[in-house]
Design a protein around this ligand. Structure first.
Ligand SMILES: Cc1ncc(COP(=O)(O)O)c(C=O)c1O
Length: 632
């Protein structure tokens, strides 16, 4: 067998593919994070987690790598500007950060800071998001685009923001909104610039395909677009219609869809201008995908294009259609959220225990038999070879069944039955070891391969930290952050701390054949073994929920200053039990009071001694103010 190396781990875990140059393995076999792919600096994540523990910040902990956020924004702007230059496009490009992707204060404030020199704007999709965005855009020139449903109050707020001089463009998402704006104008004399969201015929590709296309929830179909134009013209307000918007869904997997959507939207743009609209902006929405699994398989977790290809296509298609009709090139906005935020945050969790397939320990030295199927299995355990592994497979299945039958007839003891089951596991493992060295695994063994996995209990909640893994089977890179110089010999399925049988990760970046498990190292009781869950910066941080009352994890922001030199800030303590109980309307003081009363009664009835009652009360209170996850 070839010697294992960190290089093999890099390949196995596809680190270079999904990691996009932000992650690499050092000579110690630890995973490191980098501020940007071309930076000479890196921070060893194992060392970071050890140092966090020294500060009493225990896993699970969410690590926010701010440099990555900055780098992604730079990449996006640079790529659009390169396309603009290369193609001789006359308009400008500005990125909009759609805050729905991650509304965390740390993220939005960082975006605004890093975005100053690229003219970054914000996109708000609800009233709450609008209120937040209005306060945060202290620079009056920051573009604001408002999507989502708009009631009278929303329209009024937008009107006032416009009066203040903010560059705000509300986008009409359904026909009735145009009437609300007209009513508001008639009442106040204020009409902001408007956008219109187009429902394209082009449908997206991938998990979010239904966000686009004719049956999508949002946007106006062509007849409605024409009606809006006529209606605004009737009120002599058509010169306020400045922006055409579309969004064909998040994580577009196929570049063809982008090309088609751009051609269709650009044609509508031109025709709207012909109808008298004074359009200056085209907003191409979100959808720019990221490669979560690096497999290039046809799944919605991966994409078939590069950033440059995407920006070239966007710019080229708009330019081509405008040039055909002699229309000036519009300013381009994009609302790429996932692309900007996905890579920047990761969760480090520790493995609590492993189980499931650890049956073989039982057999060590405890089992003997003179004859019969059990004896055959004992012999088989050391007799699996390249020549006979399939035969051994068939034999073992038969012997195990014979022992089970003998047990049912009363001829085999429970201890011997246990021995047979354990031996069987051990033999299967040997068979698989041999089979894996072969060029192709025989089909007969595929099922066996899938069943030979260990359950690794990880200290986190899937529902809180990785909701899309549960809700839509999205794949995220999950890999050990240390020991990468050693072969990960176990096939594992990660389960969380909730008591929900759905609290289990079923899809991994895997390989072409099987993505139902992740390769991990053997973990002995007492070992500290850390696993990182990566690319969770988009959508996961705020979609998470309180299943089984597991709350927010601890989180910390890191800026990389040099090799293993970093600045930590914005430590946010994860929810305590008191906090999560508060979310569901319980009062910690009241609960402590109720508990004390019950303990007092137990003392009265002499069920507890005074010392025991004091100890229990201490424990209860400590638990109430402690972390919702396992603590050491
Ligand atoms: C209107 C709109 N803009 C932008 C986005 C962000 O999309 P993405 O994260 O795929 O870039 C979304 C999300 O679905 C959206 O609905």
């Amino acid at each position: 067998m070839n010697k294992w190396s960190t290089k093999k781990s890099v390949e196995l875990f596809k680190i270079e593919k999904w990691g996009q140059g932000y992650f690499e393995v050092n000579t110690k076999g630890n995973l490191c994070v980098k501020p940007s792919p071309d930076s000479p600096y890196k921070v060893d994540l194992k060392r970071l987690i050890d140092e966090l523990r020294s500060r009493k910040v225990q896993p699970p902990v969410l690590i926010r790598v701010m440099d990555i956020l900055k780098d992604r924004l730079k990449l996006l702007s640079r790529s659009f500007n390169d396309s603009i230059k290369e193609l001789g496009y006359k308009g400008k490009y500005f990125p909009l950060y759609p805050i729905k992707v991650n509304q965390q204060r740390t993220v939005v404030e960082a975006m605004l800071k890093y975005g100053q020199n690229v003219g970054l704007g914000l996109e708000a999709g609800s009233k709450a998001e609008l209120l937040l965005v209005l306060a945060l855009t202290e620079n009056i020139n920051t573009p604001i685009v408002c999507n989502g449903y708009k009631d009278e109050e929303f329209v009024e707020l937008v009107g006032m923001a416009h009066k203040m001089g903010k560059k705000i463009i509300p986008v009409i998402e359904n026909y009735s909104e145009v009437e609300t704006f007209i009513r508001h104008y008639k009442k106040t004399g204020v009409m902001p610039n408007l956008g219109i969201r187009l429902k394209l015929f082009t449908k997206g590709a991938g998990q979010w395909a239904s966000t686009g296309g004719e049956s999508s929830k949002f946007g106006l179909r062509v007849p409605e677009v024409v009606n809006v134009i006529d209606r605004l013209a009737e009120e002599d307000l058509l010169n306020h219609l400045k922006l055409l918007h579309f969004h064909i869904g998040s994580q577009i997997t196929d570049i063809k869809v982008v090309k088609n959507a751009l051609t269709e939207a650009s044609r509508v743009f031109i025709e709207m201008i012909k109808l008298g609209a004074n359009l200056e902006y085209i907003d191409v929405g979100g959808g720019l995908g990221v490669d979560y699994d690096g497999s290039a398989r046809e799944t919605f977790s991966t994409i078939n294009y590069t950033l440059q290809e995407y920006t070239n296509d966007v710019v080229y298609r708009i330019q081509q259609v405008c040039d055909q009709h002699g229309v000036p090139h519009p300013t381009i906005f994009s609302e790429s959220g996932r692309f900007l935020a996905a890579h920047y945050s990761l969760l480090i969790t520790n493995i609590q225990t492993t189980g499931g397939y650890e049956l073989k320990a039982y057999t060590k030295g405890q089992i003997s038999a003179e004859s019969g199927p059990l004896k055959e299995m004992i012999d088989l355990r050391t007799g699996v070879t390249e020549e006979n592994y399939l035969e051994a497979y068939h034999d073992a299945i038969q012997y195990r069944q014979e022992v089970r039958n003998l047990f049912n007839y009363g001829y085999v003891s429970l201890r011997d039955l246990a021995g047979s089951e354990s031996l069987f596991s051990e033999i299967m493992e040997k068979i698989l070891e041999v089979a894996e060295e072969m060029e192709e695994t025989p089909e007969e063994l595929w099922e066996l391969q899938q069943s030979q996995v260990d359950t690794y209990f990880a200290n986190f909640s899937l529902f809180q930290s990785l909701p899309d893994s549960w809700a839509i089977d999205q794949v995220f890179p999950i890999i050990p952050v240390h020991q990468l110089g050693q072969k990960p010999t176990r096939k594992a399925v990660l389960v969380d701390l909730t008591c929900d049988s759905d609290g289990k990760i079923t899809d991994y970046i895997g390989d072409e054949e099987d993505n139902s498990f992740v390769h991990l190292h053997e973990v002995q009781p007492g070992d500290q073994y850390y696993v990182g869950i990566f690319m969770i910066g988009a959508y996961q941080e705020t979609l998470g929920e309180l299943h089984n009352l597991f709350g927010d994890t601890h989180s910390v922001q890191i800026e990389i200053l040099g090799n293993d030199k970093y600045r930590l800030s914005n430590f946010t303590k994860g929810d305590s039990v008191k906090d999560v109980l508060g979310y569901v309307a319980y009062n910690a003081k009241e609960l402590i009071g109720k508990m004390r009363a019950q303990i007092e009664r137990a003392v009265e009835r002499k069920k507890l001694t005074l010392d025991e009652s004091a100890h229990l009360m201490d424990q209860y209170e400590e638990g109430m103010f402690g972390y919702t996850y396992f603590e050491e």
